[in-house]
Design a protein. Structure first.
Length: 150
């Protein structure tokens, strides 16, 4: 899985993206002037999964999930404090929640239903990414759409 940003991201968006990639154990690629197609090709050579972090008013605000060059779903959000996660955390992820977004995240991340060190709790209004039961990234949901089901 690869995580990148939209072009010319703010420092806060870059920091958020790097923390998200560390949490998910994904590869972070600096976008720079690279084309979106070039980033997609890198994702295809990896496992075919790509997350693009977009921003609004210099803050991270949207995650768009791609599999094999196709957009699957997106999440728009706000977040308060920048996450402080710098080293990669590999291993299985558990996703807990009973809504469509939880199911989509679980499928995209190949999550396990078992309790693990990394747990993503998906509620109606928040997504809490926990490491050893401590929330390290909290997203306050503003919107979600599965474009595959249109």
């Amino acid at each position: 899985m690869i995580i990148t940003t939209s072009r010319k991201p703010s420092r806060r968006t870059r920091s958020f993206s790097k923390a998200l990639s560390a949490y998910l154990g994904a590869k972070y690629i600096t976008r720079g002037k690279r084309s979106f197609h070039s980033i997609l090709q890198d994702a295809l050579m990896d496992d075919g999964h790509l997350i693009v972090v977009s921003e609004r008013h210099a803050n991270p605000s949207k995650l768009t999930f791609f599999r094999e060059e196709e957009e699957i779903f997106w999440i728009s959000f706000t977040t308060s404090n920048p996450p402080k996660l710098y080293e990669a955390h590999y291993g299985e992820i558990a996703v807990h929640g009973s809504n469509e977004l939880a199911r989509d995240l679980s499928l995209f991340l190949h999550a396990t239903p078992e309790r693990t060190r990394k747990t993503i709790e998906v509620g109606q209004d928040t997504i809490k990414m926990r490491l050893d039961d401590e929330p390290v990234i909290v997203l306050y949901l503003r919107g979600y759409k599965n474009v595959e089901r249109e």
